[in-house]
Design a protein around this ligand. Structure first.
Ligand code: CP
Length: 307
């Protein structure tokens, strides 16, 4: 693994290795021995992903270069390619990129000597979010095989849905979607359950944000909670051990009743905490694969099994 672009690039063994490594970093402080620089290039808004990358990088001892599109030469028309090449030239050892284009990485492929991490590409992929979701599910159940996982909400506009649907199916979970008319994505070829049925069968309910900014029809969200969202009545019909995930930010009162965001089965803030350790694992893996050393005794050979 030289870059971290897509969950499609990961073998099952690499996924389990990252899960174990993230859990190891929760318990073990690890710092790189050399002076290393990282740039977080976010061309779309972010709170969780950008800040948890920043915390992960600083925990690993990396120096984080300050970059904001609104005060950068992006405002003078500089392209993504030239921006990234600039960071490579001035000494960044790693770049983390979020961009509205579905395939922004294509123009960078084979043209950089430093690793790239995809922190969100248009509507296509959010692979680090997927990995932290996998970590949260694995912490709870110790397996993926046979779990009923429902991804519910705005499937059509969701890069989180696409990354998770692929990875979870690959790991043996039974994946379903639950989406309102107009928010489906037929290209995924996944059975669509009405929310009333979904809540009763799921072990994991992964709610997605209604992405107002990608919608042309704002009327779509009127009465969404009652018709398609997680109300208290629907939550009361979930299995006792079933958990609730959401990548956040949450539209309280739209896809989920506000009181359920922090209910007993919610793992929403746990996901955010896991994001720090999973991003540490991904950064460390990429830099180590490029020959950068730190005093990490994580044993790569023990790839599957309990944490
Ligand atoms: N889950 C997620 O990607 O959140 P941000 O957009 O705040 O980074």
């Amino acid at each position: 693994m030289r870059d971290f672009i897509s969950v499609h690039q990961l073998s099952e063994m690499e996924i389990f290795q990252l899960l174990r490594k993230a859990e190891y970093y929760r318990k073990q402080e690890v710092q790189f021995n050399e002076k290393l620089f990282v740039a977080n290039l976010f061309f779309e808004p972010s709170t969780r992903t950008k800040m948890s990358f920043t915390v992960a990088e600083q925990k690993l001892g990396l120096h984080v270069l300050d970059f904001h599109t609104e005060t950068s030469s992006v405002q003078k028309g500089e392209s993504l390619y030239d921006t990234v090449k600039t960071f490579e030239a001035i000494g960044a050892n790693l770049v983390v990129i979020r961009h509205e284009s579905d395939h922004w990485f294509e123009e960078l492929k084979g043209k950089l000597s430093i690793p790239i991490i995809n922190a969100g590409s248009g509507k296509e992929e959010h692979p680090t979010q997927c990995m932290l979701d996998l970590l949260t599910i694995y912490q709870e159940f110790g397996r993926f095989e046979g779990l009923n996982i429902v991804i519910a909400g705005d499937i059509k506009h969701s890069r989180v849905a696409r990354s998770n649907a692929y990875a979870l199916q690959r790991l043996g979970a039974n994946v379903y979607v639950s989406s309102a008319p107009g928010l489906e994505d037929e290209t995924l070829h996944i059975p669509n359950l009405p929310m009333d049925e979904a809540v009763e069968v799921c072990d994991v309910l992964m709610l997605l944000r209604i992405q107002h900014e990608r919608h042309t029809n704002q009327a779509e969200t009127a009465n969404y909670l009652t018709n398609y969202g997680l109300t208290k009545e629907r939550e009361s019909r979930m299995k006792n051990e079933a958990i609730l995930l959401h990548p956040a930010p949450v539209n309280r009162g739209v896809e989920i009743d506000s009181d359920l965001v922090e209910c007993a089965r919610s793992r929403i803030f746990k996901q955010m905490n896991n994001g720090v350790y999973m991003r540490m694992a991904i950064i460390s893996e990429l830099l180590q694969n490029r020959g950068v050393n730190h005093e990490d005794t994580f044993n790569k050979r023990e790839t599957v099994g309990a944490f």
